[in-house]
Ligand binder design. Structure first.
Ligand SMILES: Cc1cc2nc3c(=O)[nH]c(=O)nc-3n(C[C@H](O)[C@H](O)[C@H](O)COP(=O)(O)OP(=O)(O)OC[C@H]3O[C@@H](n4cnc5c(N)ncnc54)[C@H](O)[C@@H]3O)c2cc1C
Length: 466
């Protein structure tokens, strides 16, 4: 059968970088969860910004919806293409164009995998602070498209804080480019901030200039326990000062999470600290003085223990021990697999509201699904909390019951239903619980102005009809 649009794509990128209909690989149809599997009409792998521009021009003329695909590590269905649409993978555009150690910047293409960018920076004595569990698959375009955060937001902020310059292709193929290395620039609107976190609905990010930092040479890691949430947050605030600005990660783990995860990990590694404490945190400091940083870290934790703010602390004495401590937080499979099917949430709220959220979420769940259990953990410094909710069964109605219980608790505290994975398709019907009708109307106005035909990742984030 004639496939004029497919032939146009092949004319732009060559036939070997185009896939059509049933011959499209699984990876261009679904995200990590596999929950939404669609039937795109085409998948394409452009090799340059000029090719992305030509593809968008053709898609705009033909009215074909386009979804940008990164590492597909998001779990909200944001990177799932539309039935009959175009799946546009940035994977071939993966070059690091330049690392400038004086300006402390990295010029990188959107398809570069985060970990590769991190390692390239380190090889030049520089540091790309953004770090998350999906570092080995998430791509720069994807972490920009979701404004990713991760383990080090408490010190260096999220992706929005690291994007200095941006290049993107708009729905009609126009290339907008400001690949500057300037940190301070107040000449008019910063359009890049519209694209950051827009889940591919306003433009296709093709290249970015990222802010790097001086590479820390020391790293201190500890697992700590405190009697209560409030004491743990006081510990975090104290460490921000007593570690002279070196506090880089503060990952909170509620007691049930710690107990379940370390129990499940026991066959492969011993539990680093006994259970029975009120709350746990993984703490990391990064600095530059090999002689003093370790002493400073140990001294700060010892004082907090003496004062009773901490009830226990285990400090890693080697890289191997550091990895074992991080695994408590990051090696989720042994603990989570037996809970399948489960639903994972990534919500946020004011830090002080976190315990109120946990209590409200548990109360809502108890009322609506009494057999459900929930495990809570998250990035304390940015108020970003995860909940893993399961009662061993799953269908649309159970999921909706869980969603409502969790999002109502968030909404009552004025929090956000997504701090990481975005809204995608999964949370589309709940966005009104976190954004006002005026905010949604403004978002629709922006979308119509930039993408009047509505071809960029339609059906994600919000419905066009309010
Ligand atoms: C184990 C694990 C841990 C995680 N930890 C964190 C965490 O700590 N913090 C956090 O924030 N997230 C976390 N995530 C979520 C996920 O890794 C992030 O959302 C990440 O930014 C997604 O990048 P990606 O390349 O996989 O994007 P994808 O999942 O492929 O795409 C995500 C969205 O971005 C859009 N997009 C992709 N590329 C582009 C582009 N070039 N231009 C425009 N839009 C684009 C897509 O259309 C989609 O809407 C985690 C995920 C996993 C699996």
């Amino acid at each position: 059968m004639a496939d004029q649009f497919g032939d146009t794509l092949a004319g732009i990128v060559r036939e070997k970088h185009v896939q059509r209909g049933d011959a499209i690989d699984e990876r261009y149809r679904k995200d990590l969860t596999g929950k939404y599997s669609t039937a795109p009409g085409w998948a394409v792998r452009p090799g340059s910004t000029a090719e992305v521009s030509a593809i968008m021009r053709a898609a705009s003329e033909a009215g074909v919806p386009v979804t940008a695909i990164g590492g597909q590590s998001g779990t909200s269905g944001a990177a799932v293409p539309v039935d009959g649409g175009l799946s546009l993978s940035l994977e071939r555009m993966n070059q690091i164009r330049e690392i400038d150690p004086l300006s402390m910047t990295m010029d990188v293409e959107a398809g570069c995998i985060l970990q590769i960018a991190q390692e390239a920076a380190e090889a030049q004595g520089a540091f790309l602070p953004l770090d998350l569990g999906a570092r080995g698959s998430a791509m720069i375009g994807g972490v920009i498209g979701t404004n990713a955060g991760g383990n080090r937001v408490v010190r260096w902020g999220m992706m929005r804080d690291m994007v200095i310059g941006l290049e993107a292709v708009l729905a009609d193929g126009t290339v907008v480019s400001s690949l500057t290395k300037m940190l301070k620039d107040n000449a008019g609107y910063h359009w890049k901030h519209l694209l950051i976190g827009s889940e591919g609905t306003l433009g296709i990010v093709t290249r970015a200039v990222l802010r790097l930092r001086a590479l820390p040479s020391t790293r201190q890691t500890a697992l700590v326990a405190a009697p209560s949430f409030e004491e743990m947050i006081r510990v975090m605030r104290r460490l921000e000062v007593s570690l002279s600005g070196q506090l880089s990660s503060f990952e909170l783990m509620w007691a049930d999470f710690y107990e379940t995860l370390t129990e499940a990990q026991l066959p492969s590694r011993p539990r680093p600290m006994e259970t029975g404490h009120g709350i746990y945190a993984l703490v990391e400091a990064m600095g530059g003085n090999a002689e003093l940083d370790g002493q400073m870290f140990e001294g700060a934790l010892a004082s907090l223990m003496e004062e009773g703010l901490l009830s226990d602390a285990v400090i890693a004495q080697s890289d191997q021990q550091r990895e074992a401590l991080w695994a408590v937080r990051e090696d989720l499979s042994p603990g989570f697999t037996p809970r399948r099917p489960f639903t994972a949430y990534d919500v946020s709220m004011a830090i002080a509201d976190m315990p109120r959220f946990v209590d409200a979420a548990l109360a809502n769940l108890k009322e609506a699904a009494p057999d459900a259990t929930a495990l809570f953990y998250g990035h304390a410094g940015d108020g970003n909390l995860h909940a893993n909710v399961s009662n061993g069964k799953m269908d649309e109605s159970i999921k909706r019951t869980f969603d409502t219980a969790i999002y109502r608790a968030v909404s009552d505290l004025g929090g956000s239903i997504s701090a990481e994975h975005g809204i995608g398709m999964d949370r589309l019907s709940y966005i009104g619980m976190t954004r006002s009708s005026e905010e949604l109307a403004l978002m629709r106005t922006i979308k119509r102005a930039i993408d009047p035909k509505g071809i960029l990742n339609p059906g994600k984030v919000f419905e066009m009809e309010g």
